[in-house]
Every structure is written in C-alpha cells, then in structure tokens.
Design a protein around this ligand. Structure first.
Ligand SMILES: [Zn+2]
Length: 119
C-alpha cells in the first residue's frame, strides 16, 4: 500500500464527488441513485487513502500499571485502568501469598523502533 493506492483513492474520491453532485443537481429519476453511487465511490476512495496508512500505523502505546505484592516479590503488569494511581491498593490478592497488593507504578510503554532503515 503506497502512493499508487493513494492516487487511486484520490481519483475515486474525486469521481465520487462529481457523481454525488451530478446526482444532486440533476432532476432525472435516477438522481437518487447517482448520489448514492457517488457516496459509495467517495467512501471507497477515502478508504483507499486512509487504509494504507492505518495498516502501517500501530496503535498508540498502551499505558500499563505495575502491581506489586507487599509481602513477597510478586509483580504483575496489567492494562492501565482509569483511576489507577501509584500506591493505590488493589482489590486483587496476590496469587502467590494471598496478601494485598498495591500499585507500584503507572507507565506508558514506549515502542522500540522495529526496523532500522539507515544501515
Ligand atoms: Zn505475595
């Protein structure tokens, strides 16, 4: 997915736009059909324009919460939940020793660049 699909997407969006306007300006019986087709072609075009980018782009880095047991050395990383803060007691018990756990830290997981292009 690269430049070609983007050009195609822009072309499709343009054709769809024109078709949509033709459908809105014309008074023949098929005007609704033209508008409808224009909308579909346009959305197809936009899907092509943004589709390639979405496939390449990764989701934003997740925020994780680190939970630590107060009695043993058990540590757990789970997804950040709204309201989590450092030193907040957690409802879950330690799976190792069944004592209460607290949040030790909240981190944003930074992504490592996967590929290096400047070799
Ligand atoms: Zn424990």
């Amino acid at each position: 997915m690269g430049v070609v699909s983007k050009i195609l997407g822009v072309a499709l969006a343009g054709v769809g736009f024109v078709t949509l306007f033709y459908g809105m300006s014309t008074t023949d019986a098929l005007s609704f059909l033209w508008s409808f087709m224009g909308l579909i072609i346009m959305s197809l075009g936009f899907a092509l324009i943004t589709g390639g980018r979405q496939a390449e782009k990764k989701p934003p880095p997740p925020t994780v919460t680190e939970i630590r047991c107060g009695s043993c050395d058990f540590k757990e990383i789970r997804d950040f939940k709204k309201g989590d803060y450092v030193l907040m007691p957690v409802e879950d018990m330690c799976p190792k020793c069944q004592s209460s756990m607290t949040i030790e830290g909240v981190y944003i997981v930074r992504e490592e660049p996967e590929a290096k292009y400047n070799v």
